[in-house]
Design a protein around this ligand. Structure first.
Ligand code: ACM
Length: 507
């Protein structure tokens, strides 16, 4: 298939007919929200102003034969599915729900092309639906803080590739990024630093609500994370009574400074910090921050971290993650934790595990992931050597890290199959796929684009499309041709993607 569609739709049938010509004269009818999204997308891509006053178009019989794009929710089909039909006279997008229509519009955006006659959409019939219900990107706003404008720009990029979850990593050793009225010292004392000594920053509750609302308008759910019991050095700056002393016997310094209790940490080492497990003050702290986070978060999930707690004794770790998962369940939310938390025997039933081991598991990471499924939960797949967008794409890339099996090429980011990473988990046991972007080396939107693109498109295909190899076009050779055709669209969106040499980019 030569059409530049990513993620690969479930079914694409090109027609032999003439293309649909996009002009200022085209009327948009149907769902007002979807029409607004379409209007903005077409304006950005082509400079054309489509008519979006659907009601007046329907009322004007004189215009009955006018070329039109109709966007309608018809309730037909699985969640988030859509059908897109294009012929010379008409474009029709029918979604099972509002998200489905939104995704149909995104697909239409990828089809718009320049021709000698002007802007055209090729004649085609597409029927599409997602493989997984959870299709996430994660942004670490703790190592470097990223303001609301940056976060909303990134979530729009992700939504255009049919991701529907924005996971925000809101706390880490270097800083605490969300103001909480129950625990005001967190941002008063622990938000103004970042990796390398940068400025830091935090979101007010209103900032956070603005992100949640912008995400919702793009059919994305925000999954907030407070990482615990490790990755909590910053907490000790605000509430020293809940922080254990830095454990410097088992940590990974990553060549940087040594953490000192009560002082900001600006390195990129991991595994030295821990909350004080079992202390009443710590339990009260956890209850406060999760209660407020649940109040601020309309989505169904709260993520409580659980990774790399090398400074927490194993029995304490098990006790802590079990209790914390139950606190979250008691707040009416579904807990999510990184896969290490699967070591605990008593997690709240249904807790979701996020696997961040390698495509070929090592060190029992797959056992930890399977433990969530055994307790009625499901697994999100984030294999670090495939979908960690902060890995260098090439050895000489200026940004990024290499600990996950060295540089991650676009081909490697594409060439894995979600159903084959953790053996023994059925398709139903996989909630979805998420591509994290950790920000040790990432300071702004340009840096985000430089690392996320084009590999984020490979993750989108893993999350949305049929299993690798299941159809002719679910292959690296097809993907690399299709993604190259997205260059002009990404450029008009203002995305500063690096022109990966693994792809032939359409100018
Ligand atoms: C992780 O990368 N520590 C989840």
């Amino acid at each position: 298939m030569s059409l530049p569609l990513v993620p690969l739709p479930a079914s694409v049938t090109p027609s032999p007919g003439a293309p649909f010509l996009l002009t200022d004269d085209v009327a948009v009818t149907g769902d007002a929200d979807a029409a607004g999204v379409l209007h903005r997308l077409v304006l950005t891509r082509t400079g054309l102003h489509l008519a979006t006053d659907a009601a007046s178009e329907r009322a004007e019989p004189a215009h009955a034969g006018r070329a039109a794009i109709d966007v309608t929710v018809d309730g037909d089909g699985p969640p988030e599915s859509y059908r897109l039909a294009v012929d010379e006279h008409r474009v029709s997008i029918r979604g099972a729900d509002a998200a489905g229509v939104f995704y149909g519009v995104q697909t239409l955006g990828q089809l718009i092309a320049r021709s000698p006659d002007g802007w055209v959409v090729p004649a085609v019939d597409i029927a599409d639906q997602p493989r997984y219900e959870y299709r996430g990107v994660m942004l670490d706003v703790a190592r470097h803080f990223h303001d609301v404008a940056t976060v909303t720009a990134y979530l729009e990029r992700a939504a255009s590739l049919k991701f529907n979850v924005l996971h925000l990593h809101l706390s880490d050793d270097q800083g605490w990024r969300l103001a909480l009225s129950r625990r005001p010292e967190l941002t008063a004392r622990a938000s103004s630093s970042a990796v390398g000594g940068g400025d830091g920053g935090f979101y007010t509750a209103d900032d956070y609500r603005a992100i949640v609302a912008h995400a919702a308008a793009n059919h994305m759910t925000v999954v907030p994370e407070f990482d615990m019991p490790g990755h909590t050095h910053a907490v000790g700056l605000a509430y020293p009574e809940v922080a254990a002393a830095p454990a410097l016997d088992r940590w990974d310094a990553a060549g940087g400074p040594t953490p000192v209790a009560g002082e900001t940490y600006t390195g990129i080492g991991v595994g030295f910090s821990s909350l004080r497990i079992g202390a009443a003050a710590t339990d009260a702290f956890v209850d406060d921050i999760l209660t407020e986070l649940a109040e601020l978060t309309p989505g169904p999930y709260l993520h409580f971290g659980g990774d790399e707690a090398h400074g927490t004794p194993a029995a304490d770790f098990a006790e802590f993650v079990a209790r914390t998962s139950r606190v979250i369940a008691g707040l009416g939310k579904t807990p999510i934790a990184w896969h290490e938390a699967g070591a605990a025997g008593d997690l709240a039933p249904g807790t979701i595990g996020q696997y961040w081991g390698f495509v070929t598991p090592t060190d029992g990471a797959d056992d930890r992931a399977r433990a969530f499924v055994a307790r009625g939960g499901r697994v999100i797949l984030s294999p670090a050597d495939a979908v960690y967008l902060d890995m260098k794409p090439t050895a000489d890339a200026p940004l990024g890290l290499t600990w996950a099996n060295g540089p991650t090429s676009l081909e490697r980011a594409y060439s894995w199959e979600p159903g084959e990473v953790v053996s023994g988990i059925s398709e139903d046991g996989i909630l979805g796929v998420e591509a994290p972007l950790w920000t040790e080396t990432v300071r702004d939107l340009d840096d985000i684009d430089a690392l996320a693109f084009p590999r984020i498109a490979a993750a989108a295909e893993a999350a949305w499309s049929v299993p690798a190899g299941a159809v002719d076009d679910r292959t690296w050779e097809s993907f690399r041709a299709r993604v190259g055709g997205l260059g002009p669209l990404w450029t008009t969106f203002g995305i500063r993607f690096p022109a990966s040499p693994e792809v032939t980019w359409t100018p």
